[in-house]
Design a protein around this ligand. Structure first.
Ligand code: AMP
Length: 489
C-alpha cells in the first residue's frame, strides 16, 4: 500500500499538491520535478497543518520539504512574519533563506535572515519592511525578541532545523526561550538527522501529536562511499595529509579539523604547496565566511579546510573526497561530515587520519555507520612523486563550475534599481502603477519591490526586464523620470 502510494506520488510530481501557480512554476524553473521521499511525506502533512518530527539528513531535500508548503501557506498580504525557521549555523540560515527566496520568488516571498556578526540595525530595518518569514540562528533571534524588534504575534509555523546540532552546540535552552515568545496555536516542524534524548524531550514537550517520519531519504550507508583510514602514529600529520591529497587528487574535497588553529595550520600548508584552497571556521568575519561558502558552492576552488561548526548542513554539489584530519569528538559528527560526499548517485570517498589509541573509537564509528572502515597502506615517496604531475596539472586547470541550479529561474528575472526611495516618498504602489501602464505589462510581471532610504529595487519577471528598463528611461514614477539601471546585486 505504502509502496503504491509512493509510486503514485512519484508519477504525479509536484502537481499533486495543488500548489499555487507561482510556486509550481518556480519549482519547474528550479528543475525540481519529483518530490524526494522526505518531501512526499512532509509536504501533505504541513499543508494540513500537522506537527511533524522528521529524521532527515542534509541532502534528502528536507529544506524544500518544509519550504514548499510554507511558501504556499503564507498569506502574501500580511506584513508581519508568519513563519520562523531556526537553524544552528549562520551558513545554514543563509542557505535556507536562499532556497526560500528561490521557491517563493514568483510569489514574492520576503524572508530576512537573522544571524550574529551581522548588523543588528540592518536586520531591524529589514524587519520593519514586509517579512513573510524569518530564518535565523537562536542567539540573534532571541536578541531581536528581547529588544522587541521582531513581532511574533502572527507566527503560525515554527521550523526547528538540525535540532540535534542545536543540542550539540548548546542552543536548546535558547530555542526554549524563543518558544516562550511564540503563539501557542502554531504548527511546529522539527528536523533532525539523529534523535538525541534532549531533542526527543523537546519534541515531546512542545509538539502536538506530531507525525513521525523516519525514512530520511537515502540512508548514508547505501551511498557509494568508500571509507578508509591511515595510521599516523609515526608520521607528521600535515606531511601525511599533503601526500594523501596528492595521491587521491580529488576534483573537490573538504578537510575537517576540530579546532580553528588546526584549520589555519592546514590551510597555510596547503596554500604554501600550491593547492587551490580556502578555509572556513567560526573565528572568521561573517562576510568572509559567506564569500568562501559561495565560492566553494560555485566550484571556484577545490579544497575547503573547515571546522564542523562552519560546514554543518551545507549543501555543495559533488564533493569527491572528505578527509577527517582527526576523528571528531562526537561519533555522529562523522556521519554528518561524510554526508557531504557520495550524493545524488556520485561516488565518494572518506578518509581519516587515526592513531592506534583511537582504534576503539573507530570501531564504534563503524558500528554507527554499519559499514567497514578499511585500513589503507601509507603511500611511499615514489607513489607521491608519481602522483605529483597529475596533481599539479589539476591545480592549474580551471575547476568545473557548479551550482547554478537557479539559473533558469533567474534568467527570467531582471532586478532594476531606481535611484530614489523613501526620502523621495516613493511607495510600492507608485512603481507598480508606472510599470503596469507599460503596454503588455501586468502586476503578475512584477516581483519583489524593496524601498530603502535613497534607492529602490524592483524585480521584473517573465523575461520582460529589458522592456521595462527601456520604458522607465522616459516614463515618470511619482511624477518624475527617475534614474533606472540594472541592479548590481
Ligand atoms: P537539503 O536536504 O535540503 O540540504 O537539499 C539537498 C539538495 O537537494 C538541494 O540542493 C536541493 O536543491 C535539492 N533538492 C531538493 N528537493 C529536490 C527535488 N525534489 N528534486 C531534486 N533536487 C532536490
Amino acid at each position: 500500500m505504502a509502496e503504491q502510494m509512493e509510486k503514485q506520488a512519484e508519477q504525479q510530481g509536484f502537481a499533486q499538491y495543488g500548489l499555487e501557480d507561482s510556486i509550481y512554476r518556480a519549482l519547474q524553473l528550479l528543475g525540481l520535478q519529483q518530490p524526494t521521499p522526505v518531501q512526499q511525506q512532509v509536504i501533505p502533512q504541513v499543508l494540513q497543518k500537522r506537527d511533524v518530527i522528521a529524521q532527515a539528513q542534509t541532502g534528502s531535500g528536507k529544506t524544500a520539504a518544509y519550504a514548499i508548503p510554507l511558501c504556499q501557506l503564507v498569506d502574501w498580504e500580511e506584513n508581519k512574519p508568519q513563519v520562523m525557521i531556526l537553524t544552528p549555523t549562520r551558513e545554514l540560515a543563509m542557505q535556507v533563506q536562499q532556497e526560500i527566496l528561490d521557491i517563493g520568488k514568483l510569489k514574492r516571498i520576503k524572508v530576512p535572515a537573522l544571524y550574529g556578526k551581522h548588523s543588528f540595525r540592518q536586520q531591524e530595518k529589514d524587519l520593519k519592511q514586509k517579512s513573510h518569514m524569518v530564518v535565523g540562528t537562536p542567539g540573534r533571534v532571541l536578541d531581536h525578541l528581547e529588544r522587541g524588534t521582531l513581532f511574533t504575534g502572527y507566527i503560525g509555523y515554527l521550523v526547528i532545523d538540525e535540532a540535534d546540532e542545536m543540542f550539540h552546540m548548546g542552543f536548546l535552552e535558547q530555542v526554549e526561550q524563543i518558544l516562550s515568545y511564540l503563539p501557542e496555536n502554531r504548527v511546529t516542524l522539527l528536523f533532525s538527522a539523529t534523535m538525541p534524548k534532549a531533542v526527543e524531550q523537546l519534541a515531546q514537550q512542545y509538539l502536538r501529536e506530531p507525525l513521525r517520519i523516519t525514512i530520511a531519504g537515502e540512508p548514508i550507508s547505501s551511498r557509494r562511499i568508500s571509507h578508509g583510514w591511515y595510521c599516523c602514529d609515526d608520521t607528521d600529520r600535515i606531511d601525511l595529509l599533503l601526500d594523501l591529497l596528492k595521491v587521491h587528487n580529488p576534483d573537490s574535497c573538504i578537510i575537517f579539523a576540530n579546532m580553528r588553529a588546526e584549520v589555519e595550520d592546514i590551510y597555510d600548508a596547503l596554500w604554501d604547496d600550491g593547492f587551490s584552497c580556502a578555509r572556513l571556521h567560526g573565528g572568521m568575519e561573517q562576510w568572509e565566511r559567506t564569500e568562501v561558502m559561495r565560492d566553494f558552492k560555485k566550484g571556484l576552488f577545490r579544497y575547503l579546510v573547515a571546522t564542523d561548526v562552519a560546514a554543518r548542513g551545507i549543501d555543495v554539489e559533488t564533493i569527491s573526497l572528505v578527509v577527517n584530519y582527526e576523528l571528531p569528538p562526537e561519533r555522529e559528527t562523522y556521519i554528518h561530515r561524510i554526508g557531504r560526499t557520495g550524493r545524488a548517485g556520485h561516488r565518494g570517498a572518506a578518509i581519516s587520519l587515526v592513531e592506534t589509541y583511537e582504534l576503539q573509537e573507530l570501531k564504534q564509528i563503524e558500528k554507527l555507520l554499519q559499514q567497514p572502515i578499511e585500513q589503507l597502506p601509507l603511500p611511499d615517496r615514489e607513489q607521491v612523486a608519481a602522483a605529483e604531475p597529475a596533481f599539479r596539472e589539476k591545480m592549474e586547470a580551471e575547476p568545473e563550475a557548479k551550482g547554478n541550479k537557479n539559473a533558469a529561474l533567474h534568467a527570467q528575472i531582471l532586478k532594476l534599481q531606481i535611484a530614489d526611495g523613501k526620502k523621495a516618498k516613493i511607495r510600492p504602489v507608485d512603481i507598480v502603477g508606472t510599470i503596469c501602464a507599460i503596454p503588455g505589462l501586468q502586476a503578475g510581471d512584477i516581483g519583489v519591490i524593496q524601498i530603502m532610504d535613497w534607492v529602490s529595487t524592483v524585480e521584473i519577471l517573465n523575461g520582460k526586464g529589458e522592456q521595462v528598463l527601456q520604458a522607465l528611461q522616459t516614463k515618470p514614477i511619482k511624477a518624475k523620470v527617475r534614474k533606472v539601471t540594472k541592479a548590481k546585486y
